[in-house]
Design a protein around this ligand. Structure first.
Ligand SMILES: [Zn+2]
Length: 451
């Protein structure tokens, strides 16, 4: 029997966009359009969000991986098309440092580990290049090659349904003559779509401000993106959103957005720009600083180490919860570590907190008069209490302890949608059942000019 020589290729890339335009997902959609006649896609393109605390990231720190099967005769052609597409479409900007990696066959476990680390740590470009040399069939970069880090991390983060939670996002793209013009999106239709399809779509609307969150601003080629639990629901959502401009293309991505995946791999370690998860005991009452940021001193219980914990202004109502914590309270704190020059120390910026213990606090008050029930006053130090109404005196009476009614309750708290990081799992997903598999549907992507 003749062997059909199909090769599995993994193509990962990152850092192709800048704040001035383009978008890594747009390049992915273009590349899919250029490759689709020669390959079979084995997965949706994966949109992988990595450590959100990296300061030099482009916006959401999102990288792309494509997994495909190709006849061995076409392998070199597919690789050169991929590299040429990145070369041609990346944003030409000194802060944009694209990188692309190509792996063949099974992903080595070292690349899986690299991907878990990229979710929570800072990885150096030199380390990534070392991995690329060792494990990639080919790699290519422009500038300093920082995109190699995300490219490897996207390839290694396979979102295997047996191990990882995952979601989908449909991204729609504008035609070139509309890019830069005002987006014509009917906000009411987005709110209706969200109501109709909830909880299978999420993060479309900010519950607190009712603001529509699906459209980026400025020169981004993305018209809007909708996140959800399955590809079919996203195609429905797209039909429900009313727009008044033509679409160039759309594509559905499989993603770790909205899954808390970064917290799954994080530890209670204070290291600049890394993701933190650990049990913290409140040591001092929270204080509000200029700008509305709330800080408290906490003790990392696993490490017996102090940390300043912060809820920043953009987290809005979430800050009220943090402000009401009292010494002795305990929470599992999730967030990012950042050195703060204002406080000359590291701060843990909260993205989520599970408050699981509220300490008891009392206020002390003078006792009531046993004769007339009027509140008594102190008769001086160690002289007991006297009643002003009936003049009863008692040297043995003590202050009474009254438990303070706590304003907060035990539970999980996260900032409102508009302040949530891409990776944070929104409340709407808490009761949605975990997916155990995925299937590639028809029409998972489309480019209008192909019709
Ligand atoms: Zn009295």
């Amino acid at each position: 029997m003749q062997q059909i020589s199909k090769i599995t290729l993994h193509i990962g890339f990152d850092d192709t966009d800048s704040l001035e335009g383009s978008c890594t997902t747009f390049i992915a959609t273009e590349l899919i359009n250029r490759l689709h006649k020669r390959v079979e896609f084995l997965d949706y393109p994966r949109l992988i969000r990595n450590n959100p605390n990296i300061p030099w990231k482009t916006r959401g720190n999102g990288a792309i991986a494509l997994t495909l099967s190709v006849h061995e005769d076409f392998v070199e052609n597919v690789i050169s098309t991929s590299i040429n597409t990145i070369e041609e479409l990346h944003q030409n900007n000194p802060d944009t440092n694209p990188g692309i990696v190509i792996l063949k066959g099974k992903i080595p476990k070292e690349i899986h580990n690299f991907a878990s680390r990229a979710l929570t740590e800072v990885i150096s470009i030199s380390k990534a290049k070392e991995y690329a040399e060792r494990y990639c069939y080919k790699h290519h970069f422009i500038g300093n090659g920082r995109g190699i880090i995300g490219g490897l991390a996207a390839v290694g983060n396979e979102l295997n349904p047996e191990e990882e939670d995952f979601t989908y996002e449909i991204l729609t793209y504008r035609t070139s003559d509309y890019i830069g013009k005002k987006r014509s999106l009917n906000d009411e239709s987005v709110r209706r779509m969200d109501e109709q399809l909830s909880p299978l779509v999420f993060n479309n609307i900010d519950e607190e401000s009712r603001k529509v969150l699906i459209n980026p601003a400025g020169l981004d080629p993305v018209l809007y993106g909708i996140r959800g639990e399955n590809p079919e629901i996203l195609l429905q959502a797209k039909e429900l959103v009313q727009i008044e401009e033509p679409l160039d293309s759309y594509c559905i991505f499989r993603s770790n957005q909205g899954t808390d995946q970064h917290f799954k791999y994080s530890k209670p370690i204070i290291r600049n720009f890394s993701v933190f998860k650990g049990e913290v005991k409140v040591i001092e009452k929270p204080e509000t600083f200029v700008g509305g940021h709330v800080f408290f001193k906490g003790l990392i219980l696993e490490k017996n180490q102090m940390i300043d914990v912060a809820a920043f202004e953009p987290s809005k109502k979430f800050r009220n919860v943090i402000r009401d914590l009292l010494p002795g309270d305990k929470l599992v704190a999730y967030g990012g570590i950042r050195y703060k020059t204002e406080i000359q120390n590291f701060a843990l910026q909260l993205e989520k907190s599970d408050i699981h213990f509220l300490s008891e606090h009392f206020k002390e008050e003078s006792p009531f008069c046993p004769k007339c029930e009027k509140r008594m006053t102190s008769d001086g130090f160690n002289k007991g209490y006297k009643c002003k109404k009936c003049s009863y005196k008692d040297r043995t009476l003590q202050k009474t302890k009254i438990p303070i009614q706590r304003k907060i309750t035990l539970g999980t708290y996260i900032p409102p949608e508009q302040a949530q990081r891409h990776l944070v799992k929104p409340f709407r997903r808490y009761n949605v059942q975990r997916k155990k598999s995925f299937e590639i549907i028809e029409n998972w992507w489309k480019k209008s000019s192909n019709n």
